[in-house]
Design a protein around this ligand. Sequence first.
Ligand SMILES: [Zn+2]
Ligand SMILES: [Zn+2]
Length: 420
Amino acid sequence: MLKAVRGFKDLLPEEASVWAYLESRAREILARYGFSEIRIPVLERTELFARSIGETTDIVEKEMYTFVDRNGESLTLRPEATAGVVRAFIEHGLHTRPKPLKLFTIGPMFRHERPQRGRLRQFHQIDVEVFGAASPGTDAELVALALEILGAGGAEGLRLEVNSLGCPECRRPYREKLREFLLARRDRLCEDCQRRAERNPLRALDCKKENCQAEYREAPELPDFLCETCRGHYEEFKTYLQEAGLSFVENPRLVRGLDYYTRTIFEIKAPGLGAQDTVAAGGRYDGLVSALGGPETPAVGFAIGMERWLLIARPPESLRLPPELFIAPLGDEARRWAFQLAFALRKKGLRVETDYEGRSLKALLRQANRLSAERVLILGEEELQRRKVLIKDLATGDQMFLPFEDLRDLVNRILIEMRF
Ligand SMILES: [Zn+2]
Ligand SMILES: [Zn+2]
């Protein structure tokens, strides 16, 4: 038997309907915050990710789905969305549009990691980006937006963690201090962290190994190294959150798995998710647009992980509305009538179900009950000849015969009978 590839998952109807519900709630809120959708390809040149996410990050070093296509070009299935959105922003000259430019995109991302609960190799994100806004007010607005979207899906007990990664100016001396710190206890760190110590010390702080995390409790902290401008930005960001009553925890060891972040970063974590507890994360990336060849453009964004949101969401009990009418046809002619009747009533906006398999009346009624249909309309050969049908309310048991002349008359009578 052929099965789906490891880390790639089918969404069966029950799950897909929750998914669609969450997406629609997100779209509704994004519209209220003034965001427009952008749709970009899942495939990009490998170089885009190497240059944006960073050559020495875990993502680029060992998690990307990279292959050489038939033209000999190195391509990669996107491991995240920001790089592609920035590429599109530059390519289409979107910087000439009024600022801030608020964009979102929803879709699959791909990373070759060990699959576990809440983490798949094809996973999905709602990705939100604002271009051309430098002030911390936008950072705070995005945090509020992320919390509102997650809350709309019924997520509770969310924990907001914030930090500032500073700018290249203040990060340089910090990186040096951190490197010294890591090298001094090199033997006690995992192999990955030993490597990171030299090449990308900040990455070490993100290590998932407990031993390493224990060592890092004493590590120098970035907020102590912030330059005046970065400190001011961070303070103002926190003031916005405080004044809006959005509680947060400062986590000075919070770093993200991507090199392009500057200043504000944040993560929203959910209880009960175990190690993979980050449902939304993001931050500012003021240098990325220019690093990829565009004009100097401050920018900030975040992404919500759909799979994890799904684990903590509390959608309404029933997302699928039951049929308002089930047509139970008996006999060939009745089935042709049922087809036309269902067609006409659905066009009028009614949820209608019927059956063409020639089942018995008993089986048809069972089917209507299984679908939780509100009413059933019985259409037999005899009824057709006598130009009347039987409508039965399945909740109350009330029933009535409905006389009719032709199909249009029958449609109208049903609509009146159902008080439409
Ligand atoms: Zn700075
Ligand atoms: Zn480590």
